[in-house]
Design a protein around this ligand. Sequence first.
Ligand SMILES: Nc1ncnc2c1ncn2[C@@H]1O[C@H](COP(=O)(O)OP(=O)(O)OP(=O)(O)O)[C@@H](O)[C@H]1O
Ligand SMILES: [Mg+2]
Length: 248
Amino acid sequence: MPFLSEINIPSFNINDYPFNIPSFKNGVKLKLRNNVTFFVGENGSGKSTLLETVAETIGFSLRGGNKNHNLNIGSSFTGYESQLTEQTKLVWTPKRLNNGFFMRAESFFNFADYIDEIAKELNPEKFYEAYGGKSLHHQSHGESFLALFANQFEKGIYILDEPEAALSPARILSFMTIINQLEKSGRAQFLIATHSPMLLCYPGADIFSFDEDGIQSVDYEATEHYTLTKNFLNNPDAYFRFLFSNED
Ligand SMILES: Nc1ncnc2c1ncn2[C@@H]1O[C@H](COP(=O)(O)OP(=O)(O)OP(=O)(O)O)[C@@H](O)[C@H]1O
Ligand SMILES: [Mg+2]
């Protein structure tokens, strides 16, 4: 059973971002039935906007991090999403969770900086223990990302924007193992925007697809991410013959 069970935003007749995003035009009414939920859809379809809105409604820093990691200073966050946040209603079962994390792929480097700053002020060895043994800057992007997941995640809600950006295919498998352990222990809920066909195959996850008609629940086999990647990898030459057919 998920902790966050509904995301509700009314429809608006306003022709400005973020109210005019086509997938939100009839409002947003998502029922989350599982502890792992994916958002998929074309570039620009509204996934990050909705993740940011939910994260802000919960109270997470929009630069990435949890409530104790206030990375908002100097943020490029525009404040547009806040207007949507005011209208967003979240339903929690059985009660609201305050722990958790919001991470945008592009903010990961800032987060590593921040951890380094805190560690300098405290006992660095003890502090880094929680983050994989050494500064996140001294680990590769993927290593530090997994270190964070393996060490940091406790009971809470984890909102992740394209986590695959940091991970090799093998590490996507490791990441799914970590999700599975946390999910089975009933300690964690994940809300993940992704373009990764591998992640979308995670068993039993809810997948919401964003397009101009709204936001629909779909199976992973029905996503373009899955079908196009599978067909392409089965026969790349056929695609290239078609794609390059107008070249002289
Ligand atoms: N600050 C902003 N001001 C105006 N328009 C914006 C702003 N941020 C995003 N948009 C627009 O809102 C739409 C949704 O953007 P969003 O970033 O939510 O898409 P996305 O589904 O996360 O895309 P991607 O898969 O490329 O990450 C896009 O058309 C985008 O250009
Ligand atoms: Mg996005």
